[in-house]
Unconditional design. Structure first.
Length: 176
């Protein structure tokens, strides 16, 4: 991001999109979500960096997915009415797997994914808002840095146009 020419708004939007999809229970659908958002943002003339957004989806990775989804499911159970949480939920799933087979467990996985997505929203929404403001902060700092560099003369005291002439002069001096 240091050499980017993106505006603070584009950087903020990129961070927010990546953090939302990375911190919500959407593993496997993150790139699809970013792609759909890109289509909508493109039509509304609200650009963002897909590369930054994709990199930030790595919030949920092989090391963090188990604790994150466990927390999301527990939070989803606390939000959803009539959901038995914690060990009771796991015991019920294991019992159904043993008595009714894998198909029943697969049917329950849809329910667990809905609980996980619902439970991820209380974490994803504030994280998205924070990432948006952090992106604005970073973008403003980068913009100020670019302005400072644009006002600073080149190191040798000459202009950018005089550099080739300085090289030629140095070569002539060295050869004579």
């Amino acid at each position: 991001m240091i050499r980017t020419r993106m505006t603070p708004e584009v950087i903020a939007r990129s961070l927010a999109v990546g953090v939302f999809w990375g911190s919500s229970a959407t593993v496997g659908f993150q790139f699809i979500g970013i792609g759909l958002y890109w289509v909508i943002a493109h039509r509304l003339n609200r650009p963002f960096s897909v590369a930054i957004a994709v990199i930030l989806t790595n919030i949920t990775n092989p090391f963090t997915i188990t604790p994150a989804y466990s927390l999301f499911i527990l939070t989803g159970c606390a939000i959803a009415p009539g959901c038995m949480g914690g060990a009771a939920l796991v015991n019920d799933l294991v019992t159904r797997l043993q008595t009714e087979g894998a198909f029943a467990a697969v049917q329950d996985s849809g329910y667990l994914l809905v609980l996980a997505f619902l439970g991820s929203l209380p974490y994803a929404i504030p994280a998205t808002i924070g990432a948006y403001f952090l992106g604005h902060f970073i973008g403003r700092r980068l913009e100020a840095r670019r302005r400072r560099k644009a006002r600073k003369p080149p190191d040798d005291g000459g202009t950018a146009d005089s550099k080739p002439q300085l090289v030629v002069k140095a070569l002539r001096d060295k050869l004579s």
